[in-house]
Every structure is written in structure tokens, then in C-alpha cells.
Design a protein. Structure first.
Length: 321
């Protein structure tokens, strides 16, 4: 049974109103209230479980009374729950909304990927180096490995969320991390590729101009846009539904890290046409992912909003009859 656990600290003068809101909702279960039991902040401790489909409405009502500002509000996933009569009644009340995502959790997952500590740039550079080895050795396996290591999708989705919410600082920080990170990756990978060229470490086929991996990367076309579009849709859906396996598939579907690595390798081997093609591939993939991510977020919110409105309309009709 899908549900979340809410832990809250409420100031005493707000507790009765909060408990009234929670107890009136049939999708709120296991409500516990402990007066004057909380410290930092001081107040009354409140805990309950909420069916996932009703979580957005419940959290909206709690934030409307400023519980998150005057006290505290913590959301935790529930890994396992045994269903009872109360849960079944809540599920019937929700109908199709029982499968709705909890947007606070979705946004928290996206924001967690929108942090840019030094390790973000380290992973990006290492992914570029792995990609460069895959290019000069014509190894598709290493290219896939570089895609998995690269952390850039978190920054891309963070930019999309920032655009969706008109959060300019989130957009600026994400674009700055992408621009600075890829520039750093290209520079360091270029130096590494020069080293490989100087010592003659590239494969014999690559030296003779047989470069199937590089040619695939530096040739942007309709399929590049199509794959980036589909991957962007899957990425947002997997984030809303917390499907890690599907998200991993997105990482190994889009040509961002390989394109940056190929820019560096092609420049080191003075293949300027390939540099241009890979740079276009990199920019196109990032832009498509941002646009598709923003659109997919807006579309999912709109779809679930319509589902909720339809449920409310059906409930009103049932009450009238």
C-alpha cells in the first residue's frame, strides 16, 4: 500500500486546527498526538500516515496554516504497510488519484540532484576521461560506462524545475554548473587526449581513421533529437515515480558526456569537423532535455490536476444524489 509518513511539530495554539484537518480526512491513518513532547522546536508532536494519492492535498492544507513555518514538517516514505479496512476506505475515496505522485517528494529528489559540490565536477571529469578512452579505442562499453558515471542529468532536470517554477537562481546555478563542468571536462580531457596522442596510445584503427564510435557521436541528426526527447520524458516520469532502473536507462541514452569527450579528443587529433559536430550534439542534447523536462513536468501536473477535479466533481454529484 503506497503511503507516506508525516512527522510534525506544532505550536500549542495551532495543534487543534492541525489535528482537526488531519482527522477529518479519511486518507489520513494512524494519527498520533503527543502534547508538549517535542523540542527544537518546542511544541506538540504529531505523526500520521497518509495515502500517497491524498498527500498533495494534505500537505497543501498543512502548509496553508503555516505549520511548516511555525513548527516543522517532515515527510518520510513508507516501505511497507499492511492494509486494513481504513486503508481500503481511503483507496475507494481516492479512486484514480491513489497513483498520484507526491510533488514535494518529486521536487526534493530533483533538488538533491541540483547540488554541485566538488564531487559533481570530479564525476563529470572522470566520465569525460573514460569516454575519451572509449573513443580512441572504439569501445562502446566504455562509452556506456562514461554515460552512467556522468552526473549532468541532475543539473539538467534542476534547470527544468527552475524554469517550471520560475526559480531564477535554480536556473542560473544549474546552467553555470553545466557550463563550467563541461568546459572543465573538455579542457582536462583534451590534455589527456594530447598525452595519448603523444605516446601513441590510440588504437591502430583509430589512427587509420576508422572511428565508428566517434562518428556516431559527432553526427547530430533527427535520431539524436528523437532519443533525447524520449529520454527526457522517461527521465521525468521515472523521477515522479521514483523508478531508479528507468532513470539509469536515461543516463545511457543521451549523448552529453560522450559528445564533450569527443570534442576534446577530436581537438587533440585536429579533427575540426568532428569538434564542430560533437559540440552541436552536446548543445542539442542539453537543450532538448531541458525543454522536454520542463514540458513533461507541466504536463504531468496538469494531468493529475484534471484527475483531481474530475474526482471532486464526481464526489459532489454523488453527494447530491
Amino acid at each position: 500500500m503506497d503511503m507516506i509518513h508525516i512527522r510534525a511539530v506544532s505550536p500549542p495554539d495551532l495543534t487543534d486546527e492541525v489535528v482537526g484537518l488531519l482527522s477529518a480526512d479519511p486518507c489520513v491513518l494512524n494519527l498520533i498526538v503527543q502534547r508538549d513532547a517535542a523540542r527544537r522546536p518546542d511544541g506538540d508532536a504529531i505523526a500520521c500516515d497518509v495515502l500517497t494519492g491524498a498527500a498533495n492535498d494534505v500537505l497543501h492544507r498543512l502548509r496553508a496554516v503555516h505549520l511548516d513555518r511555525r513548527g516543522s514538517l517532515v515527510i518520510e516514505p513508507v516501505d511497507m504497510a499492511f492494509s486494513g479496512a481504513a486503508t481500503e476506505g481511503g483507496q475507494r475515496e481516492l479512486g484514480p488519484l491513489s497513483r498520484a505522485p507526491v510533488w514535494e517528494q518529486v521536487e526534493a529528489r530533483i533538488r538533491s540532484g541540483g547540488r554541485y559540490p566538488p564531487s559533481f565536477y570530479l564525476y563529470l571529469v572522470i566520465a569525460g576521461l573514460i569516454g575519451s578512452v572509449g573513443i580512441v579505442t572504439n569501445s562502446q562499453i566504455l562509452i556506456v560506462g562514461a554515460m552512467v558515471v556522468g552526473p549532468e542529468y541532475g543539473a539538467i532536470v534542476s534547470v527544468a524545475l527552475g524554469i517550471d517554477q520560475r526559480h531564477r537562481s535554480m536556473v542560473r546555478s544549474g546552467l553555470a554548473a553545466l557550463g563550467g563542468g563541461f568546459l572543465l571536462t573538455i579542457v582536462i580531457t583534451f590534455l589527456f587526449a594530447l598525452l595519448m596522442r603523444g605516446f601513441g596510445l590510440e588504437s591502430e584503427a583509430f589512427e587509420r581513421g576508422l572511428r565508428p564510435v566517434s562518428n556516431l557521436i559527432n553526427t547530430p541528426n533527427f535520431f539524436s533529437v528523437a532519443v533525447a526527447t524520449l529520454a527526457g520524458i522517461v527521465g521525468i516520469v521515472s523521477l515522479t515515480e521514483a523508478r531508479t532502473s528507468a532513470l539509469l536507462g536515461v543516463f545511457i541514452s543521451v549523448t552529453t558526456i560522450p559528445a564533450a569527450a569527443d570534442v576534446a579528443v577530436s581537438a587533440a587529433f585536429t579533427s575540426w569537423a568532428d569538434v564542430r559536430g560533437s559540440a552541436i550534439q552536446l548543445v542539442v542534447n542539453i537543450l532538448v532535455l531541458i525543454v522536454v523536462g520542463t514540458t513533461a513536468l507541466k504536463a504531468q501536473r496538469a494531468i493529475w490536476r484534471r484527475v483531481r477535479l474530475r474526482r471532486d466533481r464526481e464526489r459532489r454529484l454523488a453527494e447530491q444524489t
